[in-house]
Write a protein that binds this ligand. Structure first.
Ligand SMILES: [Zn+2]
Length: 218
C-alpha cells in the first residue's frame, strides 16, 4: 500500500497529522521516528483522514457556491451543489445543481425552459389584448439580438432574456409583436409600442446597459 503524504521532521516528541485545504496529508514527526512507524500510524488513523478529507471537499464546494450566483428574472441567486436526481432545480432562494459539471449547459436548459413558459403566456396575452397576429415563435440563445420578427410574422426570442426582470421581457415581446404591424422602426412603430409599454425607453436602456452581462452567457 502506497501512502501519499508530506513528511516534516522536527524537534517534537509526538506524531501529528494534518489535512491541508487541498486535501494533502501533512505528517509532523520526531526526527528519530522510522518511516515504518509513521506509516503504521497513518494506517491506524485512516478513518479520521478519510473523514477530514470528505469534510474538506464539502467545504470547497460550499466556497464554490458562495462565489457563484446566477441571474433569474432580474435577481441573482447562489448555487448549491447537492445530491439530487435533478441536474438543476430552483426554489426562489437557490439554484440546486447535482454536480459541478456542465454548469453552463444546465443553466441553458433551465433558462430556456423557464423562458418558454413565461414568454408563451406573455405573447398570447398581448396578442389577444391588442389583436396582433403572429405565426411561429422560436427560442434560442443569441449573442447579437433579443428578438426578431420575420416578414411572415415568425417571432424569434432570445431566451437569455430570462435573466432580465419581467417588464424587460414584456417590452421585447411587445416590440416584436408591434413588428407584425409595422415592419420598421418608424414613428408609427414607436407610437404603438408606447401605448402598450409606456416605459419602453427605460426598458431599452436597461437592456443596453446589461446586454454584455446577459449575452456573455452563451
Ligand atoms: Zn425592432
Amino acid at each position: 500500500m502506497k501512502i501519499e503524504y508530506k513528511l516534516i521532521y522536527s524537534k517534537r516528541k509526538t506524531l501529528a497529522l494534518e489535512i491541508k485545504s487541498n486535501n494533502q496529508l501533512l505528517v509532523r514527526a520526531p526526527i528519530n521516528l522510522s518511516i515504518q512507524k509513521i506509516e503504521d500510524f497513518i494506517i491506524k488513523k485512516q478513518d479520521w483522514i478519510n473523514k477530514k478529507q470528505l469534510q474538506n471537499k464539502k467545504l470547497n464546494i460550499d466556497n464554490y457556491k458562495q462565489n457563484d450566483s446566477f441571474l433569474f428574472l432580474g435577481k441573482s441567486y447562489p448555487i448549491k451543489i447537492i445530491a439530487n436526481n435533478n441536474p438543476i432545480s430552483f426554489d426562489n432562494n437557490y439554484f440546486y445543481l447535482n454536480s459541478k459539471d456542465d454548469i453552463k449547459a444546465k443553466f441553458h436548459w433551465f433558462y430556456k425552459q423557464e423562458f418558454i413558459k413565461i414568454a408563451l403566456i406573455k405573447i398570447k396575452y398581448y396578442a389577444q389584448k391588442y389583436n396582433f397576429k403572429y405565426n411561429k415563435v422560436r427560442f434560442k440563445a443569441q449573442k447579437t439580438r433579443w428578438g426578431s420578427c420575420s416578414s411572415k410574422n415568425n417571432i424569434n426570442l432570445n431566451y437569455l432574456l430570462i435573466m432580465a426582470p419581467i417588464p424587460i421581457i414584456e417590452m421585447v415581446i411587445v416590440h416584436e409583436l408591434v413588428h407584425t404591424v409595422h415592419k420598421n422602426h418608424s414613428k408609427n412603430f414607436y407610437d404603438l409600442l408606447q401605448t402598450i409599454i409606456p416605459e419602453y425607453k427605460k426598458a431599452n436602456t436597461w437592456l443596453k446597459q446589461n446586454q454584455r452581462l446577459l449575452m456573455q452567457f452563451i
